[in-house]
Design a protein around this ligand. Structure first.
Ligand SMILES: Cc1cc2nc3c(=O)[nH]c(=O)nc-3n(C[C@H](O)[C@H](O)[C@H](O)COP(=O)(O)OP(=O)(O)OC[C@H]3O[C@@H](n4cnc5c(N)ncnc54)[C@H](O)[C@@H]3O)c2cc1C
Length: 551
């Protein structure tokens, strides 16, 4: 694709700054010149400077085919950079001077100052960067290839990790792909070494761990400060929102995230009930936007960076990370969320989103209208889903482990289920196997009384077997409810660990200065909007805590 095509297709991605805006840029930058053919920014370099072209032209080069290819040409008064310039991660594109080029050179910290101090210009820069992320993703302009078998759990892990981190890559499935033998030979890899990740044939990683891969790609950012005002564990909607409020209110803020920013919301293809998005928004896009917003205010987001342990020493939280490093902070927000409990079936993750669902909304209902579906679970969430799905599908099989539907379900729901003709309740029944190529097409159901099993055809299974909170890293002093969710506010006022002569703040845990927000919190409403609300609220309470402590 020629670069002028891209420029015409995406005019918003190369707005020209006007004279007044260039005068502002000049205040935050210094002049620099490049000779013709000189590489101004090398693909893969970390923390590059941001440029605005004063005179001359610049070629933007990508490497998705393994060979350098010009995709874009930038002209005077235009910006040279993408979102990696704010996050500190590596860009996949090189920029080369065509003829002599003069630029305004803006170091990363000044780019942030422009965004903070000059909102109008800052908005133009941010919208351009967001647009460029989108273009890179839509056009799959990536030098990365993952090669492996679709049946390999590690290949799934790597693809899942890259996907959640919004890193585009090309996927080469060894199954049924005749060209892969040739390719593997060319890069000197045996089939047994797969999955492999190949970058523009510069480097090849054999079955890398998530951290190793992130470091190689330049998307891992280690904590920079010695002491933070607020450390946030988890970059789901609650943690990210807290980071926006905290950093915008001047607190030194770090978010520690074990996989990728976005949390559960990031896995939702369309959130229909988030206010302000009448046509819905993908969880992925929402997460990318909040992440950029937090980074714009200067919050650090360190990912992948798993928190293994929390200690409180002299009242200060000390956070132990997976690589042995420690982070110190004055306050801590537990925003580590929860996961829907998975079925105890070996290959169930393979069908997530392609036949196995953890929600029953109009979107899922549409996908299986007129067919037979299975709902698993004996509590209200499963009951509500069964009744809702019965209106859209031919038949709902409701599987419960025990023998009595009314045991864990409200009576009115159990009665409505019994009265709904196209719901069949199968008691003492569990799913013990799942199968299908590319999409679920049958499941094995087992009667745990008679110990007999049979395969039944179905294209959709909805499971509602409870959520598991991510709290295994918390110390004993932080009180949990009987299901493992973190207790806060009045419910911990009489806890033996509560040491203050004031009542705990609303989202404060049994440890003063340690707060909890979102799905991980006992009694919270498990929704994106409420997680966002709690994240914002937690920061207001952190300020109250600092005032109280005289910090
Ligand atoms: C498929 C799906 C669809 C959904 N659809 C909707 C919807 O349409 N509307 C709606 O309102 N809600 C929806 N939800 C629910 C919603 O996503 C959650 O309520 C919301 O994401 C909770 O946000 P949170 O920040 O509290 O936690 P989470 O989103 O769970 O985020 C917690 C984060 O903490 C990280 N973490 C956990 N432990 C550690 C550790 N030890 N160290 C570092 N990081 C850690 C996790 O990796 C995760 O990124 C959906 C959920 C799912 C799974």
């Amino acid at each position: 694709m020629a670069h002028h095509d891209l420029r015409t297709r995406f005019p918003e991605a190369n707005l020209k700054l006007d004279h007044h805006q260039l005068l502002i840029i000049e205040k935050y930058s210094k002049r620099k010149s490049f000779k013709s053919g000189e590489t101004m920014i090398e693909a893969g370099a970390r923390d590059p400077n941001f440029y605005v072209i004063k005179s001359g032209e610049v070629e933007v080069i990508e490497y998705s085919s393994g060979n350098p290819r010009s995709i874009w040409r930038s002209y005077p008064q235009e910006l040279l950079g993408d979102a990696s310039f704010l996050s500190g991660s590596a860009s996949h594109l090189s920029r080369v001077a065509i003829g002599d080029v003069e630029v305004f050179e803006i170091p990363p910290e000044n780019l942030r100052r422009i965004i903070d101090d000059q909102p109008k210009l800052g908005n133009i820069i941010l919208s351009t960067l967001i647009m460029r992320i989108q273009i890179m993703r839509d056009l799959k302009l990536t030098p990365l290839q993952v090669i492996g078998s679709r049946f390999s759990a590690d290949a799934f892990r790597i693809r899942d990790f890259l996907g959640k981190n919004r890193v585009s890559f090309a996927w080469l499935d060894l199954e049924g792909n005749l060209d892969t033998d040739e390719l593997l030979k060319r890069i000197g890899v045996r089939e047994a070494d797969t999955p492999v990740v190949v970058c523009r044939h510069d480097w090849t990683l054999r079955n890398p761990g998530n951290r190793e891969l992130a470091e190689k790609l330049g998307i891992f950012t280690a904590p920079k400060e010695e002491l933070y005002d607020l450390a946030i564990v988890g970059a789901g909607p609650a943690g990210l929102t807290a980071a926006v409020y905290s950093s915008s209110e001047g607190l030194r803020t770090i978010v520690l995230e074990r996989t990728a920013s976005g949390g559960q919301a990031g896995t939702s293809s369309r959130i229909e009930n988030y206010p302000g998005f009448p046509t819905g928004v993908s969880g992925d896009e929402l997460a990318a936007r909040i992440t950029l917003q937090a980074q714009k205010f200067g919050a650090e987001i360190s990912s992948p960076c798993e928190v293994r342990k929390l200690e409180v020493i002299n009242g200060y939280p000390v956070i132990h990370l997976e690589d042995g490093a420690k982070v110190f902070s004055k306050c801590l927000l537990v925003a580590s969320g929860a996961s829907y409990r998975r079925l105890e079936v070996n290959n169930c993750t393979q069908f997530e989103g392609v036949g196995l669902y953890y929600a029953a909304t109009a979107i899922e209902a549409q996908m299986c209208s007129g067919s037979d579906v299975i709902v698993v679970g004996g509590a209200n969430s499963a009951g509500q889903a069964a009744i809702f799905l019965a209106q859209h599908t031919r038949k709902v099989h409701l599987l419960i482990r025990g023998s009595d539907l009314a045991k864990n379900m409200s009576r009115y729901l159990a009665r409505r289920i019994e009265q709904t003709e196209n719901i069949e309740v199968l008691t003492n029944t569990e799913i013990s196997g799942m199968a299908g190529v590319g999409h679920l097409d049958r499941v094995e159901i087992r009667n745990n009384r008679s110990d007999t099993a049979q395969w039944v055809p179905t294209t959709a299974v909805f499971t509602f077997i409870g959520a598991v909170p991510h709290t295994d890293w918390l110390p004993e002093g932080i009180e949990l409810d009987q299901n493992g969710f973190v207790k806060t506010g009045q419910t911990v006022a009489n806890s033996p660990s509560w040491s203050m002569n004031r009542p705990p703040f609303l989202l404060e845990t049994s440890h003063p200065g340690v707060f909890a927000a979102g799905d991980v919190r006992s009694g919270s409403i498990k929704r994106v909007a409420s997680a966002v609300g709690e994240g914002a609220m937690a920061v207001a309470l952190v300020h109250e805590y600092f005032n109280y402590q005289g910090m």
